[in-house]
Design a protein. Structure first.
Length: 315
């Protein structure tokens, strides 16, 4: 049989299989959707859209005005947006927010992955340790923030004085150069629990036979983690990276409880600046424009993260 004849036969077989599958699909009865699903989903979608998208659209509208949040206002076009790019305080808030967000996201993922691997290993009292590590996530951020504020204002400086450590002898919360450290510490301390839980869920999906085969081939613990655990945790690394950075970029309660944006506006994040000046500082429309810009920035960062980690998963 010639090559041409074989090719024609193969092509005909594929066409026959395609036609058979198409006819089988057409012969299947169409599933009728119960109207109850519409009665449950449509009202929920309308309520969701009303309370989410309507305020969002209104906020965008107010960003083109000189509104103070009440009373009359007039349209001023792009004046608020142009002023934002000339405001040094806004630039500092964005720089500080991105700075602490990157540090928090890196530390959270490193510590969470380490704890997840540890808690997934053959150790006693694993359930108890998991509960202990998850407790910080269940506590209110403001309450924890005020507790740590007392620690950083009193016991810690006293310890620094007793040990003769100059930079620790005074409260870091009153030092413009060091005030970011307590913010990062509290944020990481509370955020690690949730990310650890996600990594633990990812570790449960890895078949233990893979590790047993690697041990037979002579792989040590580090090689097993780097060549098996880490690659197979790729989707969970993506989720954790996006969620941890998103949470860190929205840091607000920690600032309120620990520093109030001080000292000398050194620890103002974008979220805190929008709240402080928009709600109580008479800059409602101006900070609304700031919120719109910040939303666009967060959307861009989230898209870049997802694209980057998705490409890494496919390698």
């Amino acid at each position: 049989m010639s090559m041409a004849t074989t090719s024609q036969t193969s092509h005909a077989s594929r066409n026959d299989a395609h036609n058979f599958a198409h006819k089988a699909k057409l012969s299947q009865p169409r599933r009728k959707v119960d109207r109850a699903y519409y009665w449950m989903t449509v009202p929920a979608a309308i309520i969701f859209a009303f309370f989410l998208y309507v305020p969002f659209i209104q906020g965008i509208m107010y960003s083109f005005t000189n509104s103070q949040g009440f009373g009359s206002f007039r349209w001023i076009g792009l004046s608020n947006y142009l002023a934002l790019f000339q405001d040094e305080r806004v630039w500092h808030a964005y720089g500080f927010t991105i700075f602490i967000a990157v540090i928090i996201a890196i530390l959270v993922n490193l510590i969470a992955m380490f704890l997840a691997v540890l808690l997934n290993s053959r150790i006693a009292f694993k359930g108890g340790f998991r509960a202990i590590f998850f407790i910080p996530y269940t506590l209110a951020i403001l309450i924890i923030g005020y507790v740590f504020r007392y620690i950083f204002m009193n016991p810690l400086p006293a310890l620094g004085q007793a040990l003769g450590i100059d930079w620790l002898s005074e409260s870091m919360l009153t030092n413009a150069q060091l005030a970011w450290i307590p913010i990062v510490f509290v944020s990481v301390w509370q955020s690690v629990a949730y990310n650890t839980l996600l990594y633990l869920a990812g570790l449960q999906t890895i078949d233990q036979e893979v590790y047993e085969a690697a041990e037979i081939d002579g792989a040590n613990a580090w090689q097993g983690f780097w060549r098996i655990t880490f690659p197979l945790l790729g989707p969970f690394v993506t989720i954790n990276a996006v969620l941890s950075l998103k949470g860190a970029l929205g840091a607000f309660d920690q600032i309120v409880a620990l520093t109030g944006g001080g000292p000398s506006e050194a620890t103002e994040t974008v979220s805190y600046l929008i709240y402080a000046n928009g709600m109580t500082g008479g800059e409602y429309a101006y900070q609304t424009a700031n919120a719109v810009v910040y939303f666009i920035l967060l959307a861009i960062i989230g898209f870049i993260q997802l694209k980057f980690f998705s490409n890494r998963e496919q390698i």
